[in-house]
Design a protein. Structure first.
Length: 159
């Protein structure tokens, strides 16, 4: 019986990524024409690691950075999101092992400054980590966002 891969193993398994593909068929209805850069989990993790304390980024900003790096029209929204999730879980595993310097996944928000309920520890954990770095979290209906998150955005850390 094959054992399940750890989050660290998933982070380091590139599966032949990154790569750039042409946008065709059903994809073009949603994303238009051009090319789509599909990042490796490690590539997304590298960007997330560069967000300093007190600063933020969004998945869409990471997608833009990926596209720019690979001279593509867009960065893949699905794989970028999955890769951010893998990086987050690997960071929590690192913390459990006693590592002090881990990927600050909590600084990566969803569109509109929204907290990500799928990160380890859910909204509560991300909210507490962001509050400890000086951010104010507000509730909008069922969603939680960082107030004035735009003021703290880093759009293009050098990677």
């Amino acid at each position: 019986m094959k054992s399940k891969k750890s989050w660290r193993e998933k982070l380091n398994d590139s599966k032949g990524l990154p790569k750039v593909i042409n946008i065709t068929g059903k994809m073009s209805k949603r994303w238009g024409t051009g090319t789509c850069a599909i990042p490796s989990p490690k590539e997304v993790d590298t960007i997330m690691k560069k967000i300093p304390k007190g600063k933020l980024t969004t998945i869409n900003n990471i997608r833009e950075m990926i596209a720019k790096k690979h001279y593509a029209t867009i960065g893949c929204p699905i794989v970028t999101g999955i890769s951010a999730m893998i990086a987050a879980h690997a960071a929590v595993d690192d913390e459990k092992e006693g590592k002090r310097s881990v990927t600050p996944y909590w600084r990566t928000l969803k569109l509109g400054g929204e907290l990500n309920p799928k990160y380890p520890g859910g909204i509560h954990d991300q909210r507490e980590r962001l509050k400890s770095e000086g951010h104010k979290i507000i509730q909008k209906g069922k969603k939680y966002t960082v107030e004035d998150y735009e003021k703290s955005l880093i759009k293009d850390p050098k990677f």
